[in-house]
Design a protein around this ligand. Structure first.
Ligand SMILES: [Fe+2]
Ligand SMILES: [Fe+2]
Length: 198
């Protein structure tokens, strides 16, 4: 069940980035940390390029879509997840806009970004819990060996966390993730900031 492993890995790395951003916002808000805008922008870019653009399409194509064809169980949860996957662009745009307002130094920028990020983080916690608690058990129950083979092939063909698999011209998410962790302050990261893209 390689597909399931990759899915859970991706949920964990998404949760790690969300946790890191929440920590940064907390430290900035408490006056213990000067904002590293480039690091925050890189983290928000990671959320867009990786979970929003790569993770959800795989779930739909290889797990949720095939499940829907097999059973009507979980139909409500699947409909909600599908809708949430489609709202991906709007979700990330709201977060990016709030961050840009903050970076420009506009009044209320920090509080606006903090609120937008909290909404994003709350959304994701619910989204991942719904997938893990309600839908994955149904997949385990209904998938045949053939379904798993197809899901595995699909997930392995697009496993951006495996740095060695990054194709030419593609972002290497393992490397980006390491750089984000490196730049983030302790105890989340290694405190090696400020963040530099290269
Ligand atoms: Fe999802
Ligand atoms: Fe997911």
């Amino acid at each position: 069940m390689e597909a399931m492993r990759i899915l859970m890995d991706e949920h964990q790395s998404l949760a790690a980035i969300i946790h890191a951003i929440r920590h940064l916002i907390g430290e900035i808000g408490a006056g213990r940390l000067a904002p590293d805008y480039k690091l925050l922008q890189a983290m928000v870019h990671y959320l867009d390029a990786y979970p929003e653009k790569r993770h959800h399409p795989k779930e739909d194509a290889y797990l949720f879509g095939p499940l829907k064809l097999k059973t009507s169980e979980g139909a409500q949860a699947l409909a909600r997840l599908e809708r949430e996957h489609h709202e991906s662009d709007a979700r990330i745009k709201a977060l990016e806009a709030a961050l840009e307002t903050y970076v420009r130094g506009e009044a209320g920028g920090f509080d606006g970004f903090k609120a937008a990020f909290e909404a994003y983080a709350d959304f994701y916690r619910e989204h991942m819990l719904l997938e893990e608690r309600e839908v994955l058990p149904l997949i385990l129950q209904h998938f045949t060996a053939e379904d798993w083979a197809r899901a595995e092939a699909g997930f392995l063909a697009d496993d951006p966390l495996r740095g060695t698999r990054a194709k030419a011209g593609e972002e290497d998410f393992t490397r980006i993730f390491s750089k984000l962790v490196e730049a983030a302050p302790a105890p989340i990261g290694l405190g090696g900031g400020p963040y530099k893209a290269d």
